[in-house]
Design a protein around this ligand. Sequence first.
Ligand SMILES: [Zn+2]
Length: 226
Amino acid sequence: MKVCRVCGRKKDAKRWLIPTPKEVALAELMSRLEPVHCEDCLRNPLAHSAVLQVRGMEKDDLEKIILEELVKTDKKGRREKVVPKGQNYQLSSKSMAKRIGKKMKDLGARIKVTSKLVTYDTQSGRQVTRLTVRAVFEFAPGDVVEYKDQVYLVEKIMGGFIYTKVGKKFRSKDATKIEVARQKGFYISQNPPIVFIEETGESLEVKEKGKGKVEVIKYKDKIWVK
Ligand SMILES: [Zn+2]
């Protein structure tokens, strides 16, 4: 049984998996334990074959997705590395970067994938390239957008579509983001629903009933609470 000296995983056909203590003990007893280095541990830790650039998404949400992918590849027997570098992430796997890019696209990001020649591997006679996956979220929940002369509050973005609070759905590429005033407030009445704006001292009647602190978003004669 081939076992990696560094990570302790055993070779199972083409995959590297964590062996049970019993498996290791048995292999040791039978003198079948062969210490080796797996491909993942042999790889230069400074080398990365992909760069992930995500803009307009919360760091926690992004890192949750990255972690899910890491767990998934680990289960398949490949140990990938992700190293944060400033706003970006360096990945040891191109396919993992692509899969994350696909997820970002499904969530409504604009994706751009570029490949750059890094060096030429004289031993294998192959070109070594680095992949950059750039995902930009132009819109976020709570944004106000204009679509066909109407303004809407964005509820969520999925699969390239914007879903609004009033149940309208349209392609994000057809929408334009509008800069709006945002103020902090809190409900002072339920019937009718009235929100008090701390900054200006004004009381505004709003459409939605609610409780406690809210963000008041104003654009022309429209008022939303979030
Ligand atoms: Zn290893």
